[in-house]
Design a protein around this ligand. Structure first.
Ligand code: SAH
Length: 250
């Protein structure tokens, strides 16, 4: 399949945002977008079908997280919750080869696509998990002589998520997966402040602080930092964070 050509506007936005991409990264992004738009004709991965629009609203939007995520350093591990067709995790995996990305989605046909795409792009820094964030957040792995191994709870340096739900709900899905001191970075729109207000009690219960909001040409990025270990009851069982978000009207 031939890569989806980039609009000039994309290159301008990238350099204005202070990023520079290698030719092989640009090629990888074009290939990924072609795979996404092609798969989208068979299943519902994105409402954006125009290629130029997709370069900006999917690829550029994902890459706006690079400056914040770079703070985690080389070798960091990041989990993308509700990755869907791979935004923001896959474009970031293409452009941050020194960082490991775990893409999580509850829908099998989406994780099948993510696995095929990671393989076609020869990405060695991507792991795909089909499962629910609630279950992964309670997965403590197995006990060994030197602690615990293999669990996904408090296992990642960072968590990212876009378009999965409101912050009060998403906080409970993401924070338990991140180590103490780790970052939770959410791609939000103009309602970021309103959602942050609504999530205040949830963030308090989950011992996490709002440390910054970054305005970008395509939205707003909310950055949270986990201060202390997550109380054992969180996340609650599958569906509960959405049905009854922490600290919202209860
Ligand atoms: N992040 C992508 C997809 C957003 S759609 C993008 O921005 O384009 C939301 C996705 O989250 C869906 O694919 C859905 O299957 C997944 N999802 C919703 N709740 C989830 C949960 N509790 N655990 C895992 N995945 C979930």
């Amino acid at each position: 399949m031939s890569p989806t050509p980039r609009p000039g506007a994309f290159d301008e936005m990238i350099s204005e945002y202070g990023l520079s991409l290698e030719q092989n990264e640009l090629d990888g992004l074009g290939k990924y977008l072609a795979l996404l738009l092609d798969a989208n004709t068979r299943m519902n991965l994105t409402a954006i079908r125009d290629p130029d629009d997709a370069w900006v609203k999917h690829i550029f939007d994902a890459l706006t997280l690079i400056p914040v995520l770079s703070e985690l350093g080389e070798g960091a591990t990041i989990v993308d919750i509700g990755s869907g067709g791979g935004i923001p995790g896959l474009p970031l995996a293409i452009t941050m080869p020194g960082v490991s990305f775990t893409l999580v989605d509850a829908t099998k046909k989406k994780t099948d696509f993510l696995r095929d795409a990671a393989e076609a792009l020869r990405l060695t820094n991507v792991t795909v998990i089909c499962g629910r964030a609630e279950a992964l957040g309670q997965d403590r792995g197995v006990k060994t002589s030197n602690g615990r191994e293999g669990g996904t709870r408090e296992a990642f340096d960072g968590a990212i998520a876009r378009a999965v739900g409101r912050m009060a709900m998403l906080a409970e899905l993401t924070i338990p997966l991140v180590k103490v001191g780790g970052l939770i970075v959410m791609t939000k729109g103009q309602k970021a402040d309103e959602e942050l207000g609504e999530a205040k009690a949830a963030l308090h219960m989950l011992h996490t602080n709002h440390v910054g909001t970054v305005d970008t040409p395509t939205g707003r990025i909310v950055v949270l930092e986990k201060q202390r270990t997550t109380p054992r009851d969180y996340p609650r069982r599958d569906g509960e964070p959405k049905r009854s978000p922490l600290g919202v009207g209860n």
